[in-house]
Write a new protein. Structure first.
Length: 376
């Protein structure tokens, strides 16, 4: 009997570009599973990511503006949704695999620690102090979450939670895309940067940059740390004067420039203007300006303090003592995973719990934020 999944797989073969990733030809999962009747393997991966706890925690993780109270700032979750939307638009227009693109986009930032890049930098430094060979990168952590830290509780196979190996057992193509989404501060055309093997992974890589450049400008204007007139005029003239014009220019350019070729790239003119805006943001918002910001320093202090605290009192991580038998290297990894999984507000509440003398009200706050066993 032909299943809905069979029909979708046939549709992919007939309709998608010859260089698109086809779900039926996936390199597969680390542990083979019976295929789903309704969904392709990439659709199934997308759903596993969406239903993970790490995905839900993105709503309380910083994008750029730390722990914002005002509701209109982007969080790591809304950033992820914007990346997903832009990725899907590009993938569909280029007849690439939209489901694979969506799965990679939804998972790409799962490993971000609390407090955005301030948190990432502080966690990396704290971790290295206890293990000189280690280090923290959010994209490695995203992969670690889907391969090790999340657990499946449903699907085919055994029903006992303990019977599942750790991780979401995602397809190779999704994991490859997650591992290669990050560009750091490099320009889009940087030929030394590692690329994803699939074009779908490269769609997410470029859509991530399109999303953050544009929404971070929007949020910086909202916060009053950037004025419209101070944006570099030559790049704005090339890309458009409004948020939506700039996204449309970048997306349309990629689609027209890459159509009918096995690539996902901007034209030189638009790539130069996009890279120019990126550099402007790095200089004025992300690093150079942020370092002078006391919220940035406070966030880093919270991460450093929590790291030292849990190294000293591992039983405080989740109220059990199963970390006590770990050696120092293993313990520093467990502490790094624990802190990386925290939301901004969980990190702040943990700092208050461990470092500020508590009255009963303080204890209530941390109970309301989350239970510790939801973190790892
Ligand atoms: Mg991102």
């Amino acid at each position: 009997m032909t299943t809905p999944r069979d029909r979708q797989e046939r549709w992919e073969q007939e309709y998608l570009a010859e260089w698109a990733a086809k779900s039926a030809l996936s390199n597969g999962r680390a542990l083979p599973e019976n295929p789903d009747i309704v969904r392709t393997d990439f659709q199934r991966d997308r759903d596993r990511i969406l239903h993970s706890k790490a995905f839900r925690r993105l709503k309380h993780k910083t994008q750029v503006f730390i722990n914002p109270i005002e509701d209109h700032y982007r969080t790591r979750l809304t950033h992820t949704l914007e990346v997903s939307q832009i990725s899907r638009t590009i993938a569909r227009a280029l007849r690439l695999n939209e489901d694979l693109t969506e799965a990679i986009a939804l998972a790409h930032d799962l490993g971000h620690p609390p407090f955005g890049h301030a948190g990432e930098e502080a966690l990396d430094a704290a971790y290295r102090r206890y293990d000189s060979e280690a280090g923290f990168k959010h994209y490695d952590q995203s992969l670690r979450i889907v391969e090790m830290l999340e657990h499946r509780t449903g699907d085919s196979g055994p029903t006992e939670l303990d019977a599942y190996p750790p991780g979401l057992n995602l397809t190779w193509e999704v994991r490859d895309g997650i591992a290669h989404h990050s560009k750091g501060r490099a320009d889009l055309g940087d030929t030394h940067a590692l690329r994803a093997t699939t074009l779908e992974g490269n769609v997410v890589r470029i859509a991530d940059r399109i999303a953050y450049i544009n929404h971070d400008i929007d949020d910086a204007l909202r916060a009053g740390i950037l004025r419209l007139e101070s944006l570099p005029k030559n790049f704005i003239k090339t890309l458009g004067s409004t948020h939506s014009e700039r996204i449309a220019t970048m997306v349309t350019d990629i689609v027209y420039h890459s159509e009918n070729h096995p690539m996902v790239e901007m034209s030189e003119t638009i790539a130069l203007a996009t890279d120019g805006l990126k550099e402007f943001l790095f200089e004025n918002i992300y690093w150079d300006a942020a370092r002078g910001n006391q919220e940035f320093r406070k966030a880093q202090h919270v991460i450093e303090a929590l790291f030292s605290f849990y190294m000293k009192f591992p039983d405080m991580m989740n109220g059990t003592n199963h970390h006590l038998h770990l050696n120092s290297k293993q313990l520093s990894l467990a502490v790094c995973d624990f802190i990386a999984g925290m939301t901004d507000r969980y990190a702040v509440a943990s700092f208050e719990k461990h470092f500020i003398p508590q009255n009963m009200r303080g204890i209530d706050i941390i109970r309301n934020v989350a239970t510790t066993d939801e973190i790892i």
